[in-house]
Design a protein around this ligand. Structure first.
Ligand SMILES: [Zn+2]
Length: 152
């Protein structure tokens, strides 16, 4: 019989589950599949990984920690917001910009929208919708591209 070590379990719980950032383009180019309730741990790990990289990244997508699921985590102000199955339903104000990525070297040119309307599910799989602009909107667009296997 396996003995449950309560003290070790508590210690483990306190530790954040930050994961290694993947730089393998073969993994990054895989299209993500829909996130299901079973994928909640991946979403929490992604949030913890974003927090661990807060001085370097505004957002992360799950395939950056090796999980090809439609899950992103983005800083909205100081708070990491996890979005499962995010979808941009409306966008306004196209502009050109250059973006860097924690999984890649250098920066790449891309077109983004100043204002976006997003539908997603939160960590308890409640449907949410919100509008974003500026840097949060740009980060969400970048991370949603990751879920499609696009590398920018
Ligand atoms: Zn990226």
């Amino acid at each position: 019989m396996l003995k449950f070590d309560n003290k070790v379990a508590t210690e483990r719980k306190k530790k954040m589950a930050a994961r290694k950032i993947i730089r393998d383009q073969m993994i990054l180019m895989r299209k993500s599949t829909d996130a299901k309730p079973d994928d909640k741990k991946i979403a929490e790990d992604l949030r913890d990984t974003l927090l661990a990289n807060k001085d370097k990244a505004i957002g992360l997508a799950a395939n950056m920690i090796g999980k090809s699921k439609k899950i992103i985590a983005v800083f909205i102000g100081p708070f990491p917001v996890v979005m499962l199955n995010p979808k941009i339903v409306k966008s306004e104000g196209k502009y050109l910009t250059e973006e860097g990525c924690l999984s890649l070297d250098g920066v790449r040119k891309t077109a983004r929208y100043e204002k976006i309307w997003v539908e997603y599910e939160d960590l308890s799989f409640t449907k949410r919708s919100a509008e974003y602009d500026g840097i949060a909107a740009e980060a969400i667009q970048h991370e949603i591209d990751h879920t499609k296997g696009k590398i920018i």
